[in-house]
Design a protein around this ligand. Structure first.
Ligand SMILES: [Zn+2]
Length: 486
C-alpha cells in the first residue's frame, strides 16, 4: 500500500433479518406500513412487559454461522446496552454482548489479483433495531415501526488490507444472506448496513496506532470510497508525525467526504448487563443438524454447478450467480428452452447477462426482470434455430419489454422472421448485382472492399432479415460465377 504504511480494516455488518414478526414481540415486520402503526407495549418498552425471542431470527443467524464455518455456541445470552437516544424508547437495546450466537467463522473472498484471501469472522450476534429517524425540515420525525426489528451483526477481524477488499467482503456477505434467504440484503433501504474500523500503521509495527470508525455508507461502492479516503487521511497525518484521534466519521454521500461525528464511544459507557427478562438461547445439536440438512445452495456451489450443467465459462457463471435472482431467472428460462443444447444454453446466457440485465438496470421502477423467463427462452429458441437474426431478435426483445407481449405474438403480427431460403436469397443477390454492373466489374478487377457495399444493399432489400451467413456464402458464389463467365 501507500509507501511504508499498511491499513487494517475490520467491518461490522448489520443485516435486517427476514422474519414475519419482530425480535421480541409479535408485531409484524413490514417496511411499507404507515409510520407508527406496528408497535406494542413490548417493543415500546412499557414497564411490566416481557420479551420473547423469535425462533426464526435465531435460526436465520445460525444458518449464516454455518455458511461461514463458525462455531455455533450451545448457549448464548442477551444483554442490555444502555444509552439514551430519541430512537430508543426503552432506553436500552437488547443485544448479544458477552456470549454471541456464533463465533470464529471464515469467509473466503477473491482478492484483486485473482487469488483467494481468508477473512476471519470474530462473531455473529443478534440484536434489535432502533426506530427510524427521518430528518424533516421542521425537526426529526420518528417511525417506531422499526423498533425491535431483528438484526444480525457480523463482525470481521481487522484482516482486510485495502478499500477494495472491504467492498468485496461486504458484497460477499450480501450475496450469502440473499442466497440463504435470511434477508433481502438491500443497502438502499437499510436492510444491510456496514460500519468500518480503520487503522493505519507503519509496515513492521506490531500494533495498530489508532482506530477510527466510519458510518452511514449505503452501498459497497461508498464503503470502498470512504475507506480509501480514511486510509489516505491517516497516512497523511502519520507522514507529518501528527497524532490520529479515535473518532467516528459519517460518510456524506452527496459531498463525497467524511464528516466527523463525535469522539469514539467505548463499551464501558454502555453499562452492559444480562437482560433479566430473557433466558439464555440454547441451540441443540439436533437443531444444527436439521438446519444443515436444509441449507440452500450457496454461491460458490451454485457457480460450479451452473458452469457444468449449462456448459458455460467461469466468467459467465460468475456473472449469472452474482445475484441469486438472476441465477434463478436463468435456470427457469433454461428449463423452458425447446432444445437443451450447449449452444442454446450459451445463447440464453448471453441474452440474460447482457440484454436482460441491461434492460433491467435501465428501467426506473420495479424489482422484477422486464421479461418473463419463458418468453426469453422462446426468443432464444428462435435465434438458435435461425428463424431470427440477432438483429431482429434485438428488435423483438425491445417490443417484448415495451408491450409486455409474448415474442410469438410479436412475430406473428410483424413480418420479422429471418429469410433463410437459399433460393429467395439468391434471387435478391442477383437483383442487387444486376442493378450495379459497373461496381461488379470494379470488384472483379480487384476492388474487394465493394463486397461490404453489396451486403449492405442485400440487407437493405430484405430489411435486415436475410440470414447473414447465407448472404455471404451466396454472394461469394455469384461473384465467382461472374468472374468465370463475365
Ligand atoms: Zn411490538
Amino acid at each position: 500500500m501507500q509507501g511504508s504504511f499498511e491499513a487494517l480494516i475490520g467491518l461490522e455488518i448489520h443485516v435486517q433479518l427476514r422474519t414475519a414478526t419482530k425480535a421480541f414481540c409479535s408485531c409484524p415486520v413490514d417496511s411499507t406500513a404507515p409510520p407508527n402503526t406496528l408497535t406494542c407495549p413490548v417493543c415500546l418498552g412499557h414497564p411490566g412487559t416481557l420479551p420473547v425471542a423469535n425462533r426464526t431470527m435465531i435460526e436465520h443467524a445460525v444458518r449464516l454461522g454455518l455458511a461461514v464455518g463458525a462455531s455455533v455456541n450451545p448457549v448464548s445470552t442477551f444483554s442490555r446496552k444502555n444509552y439514551f437516544y430519541p430512537d430508543l424508547p426503552k432506553g436500552y437495546q437488547i443485544t448479544q454482548f458477552h456470549d454471541p450466537l456464533c463465533s470464529d467463522g471464515r469467509l473466503d473472498i477473491e482478492s484483486v489479483d485473482g487469488g483467494t484471501r481468508t477473512i476471519r469472522i470474530s462473531r455473529i450476534h443478534l440484536e434489535e433495531d432502533a426506530a427510524k429517524s427521518i430528518h424533516a425540515k421542521n425537526g426529526v420525525l420518528l417511525d417506531l415501526n422499526r423498533c425491535g426489528v431483528p438484526l444480525l451483526e457480523l463482525v470481521t477481524e481487522p484482516d482486510l488490507r485495502t478499500a477494495t477488499e472491504a467492498r468485496i467482503t461486504l458484497t460477499s456477505i450480501r450475496q450469502l444472506v440473499t442466497y440463504l434467504g435470511i434477508s433481502d440484503g438491500e443497502m438502499e433501504t437499510g436492510s444491510l448496513r456496514c460500519d468500518a474500523n480503520v487503522s493505519v500503521r507503519r509496515c513492521g509495527d506490531a500494533v495498530p496506532s489508532t482506530w477510527t470508525e466510519l458510518k452511514n455508507m449505503n452501498s459497497p461502492h461508498n464503503v470502498e470510497t470512504a475507506v480509501a479516503c480514511e486510509i489516505e487521511r491517516q497516512v497523511s497525518l502519520l507522514r507529518q508525525s501528527m497524532v490520529i484521534q479515535p473518532q467516528t466519521f459519517s460518510w456524506d454521500d452527496a459531498a463525497d467526504r467524511l464528516v466527523p461525528m463525535r469522539s469514539k464511544d467505548t463499551t464501558s459507557e454502555y453499562r452492559y448487563f444480562p437482560d433479566p427478562d430473557l433466558p439464555p438461547v440454547e441451540i441443540s445439536p439436533a437443531l444444527i443438524e436439521s438446519l444443515k440438512a436444509t441449507q440452500p445452495e450457496l454461491p460458490a456451489a451454485r457457480r460450479e454447478r451452473i458452469m457444468d450443467r449449462y456448459h458455460l465459462s467461469a466468467y459467465d457463471a460468475r456473472v449469472l450467480t452474482a445475484e441469486r435472482s438472476l441465477a434463478d431467472y436463468y435456470e427457469q428460462a433454461a428449463s423452458h428452452l425447446g432444445r437443451k443444447t450447449p449452444e442454446a444454453f450459451r445463447t440464453l446466457c448471453h441474452w440474460t447477462t447482457r440484454e436482460l440485465l441491461h434492460a433491467f438496470k435501465e428501467q426506473s421502477t420495479g424489482r422484477d426482470y422486464p421479461v418473463p423467463p419463458d418468453h426469453l427462452a422462446f426468443l432464444v429458441d428462435r435465434i438458435v434455430d435461425s428463424t431470427l437474426t440477432a438483429r431482429t431478435a434485438a428488435k423483438v426483445f425491445l417490443e417484448m419489454i415495451r408491450e409486455h407481449a409474448h415474442p410469438g405474438d410479436i412475430l406473428d403480427r410483424n413480418d420479422m422472421v429471418q429469410i433463410s431460403h437459399p433460393e429467395r436469397i439468391a434471387a435478391i443477390v442477383a437483383t442487387v448485382l444486376d442493378r450495379h454492373p459497373d461496381l461488379v466489374e470494379k470488384y472483379l478487377s480487384g476492388k474487394a472492399s465493394l463486397r461490404g457495399f453489396f451486403i449492405g444493399e442485400i440487407m437493405k432489400a430484405t430489411k435486415g432479415r436475410a440470414n447473414p451467413l447465407l448472404v455471404a456464402q451466396i454472394l461469394e458464389e455469384k461473384l465467382e460465377k461472374r468472374r468465370a463467365h463475365p
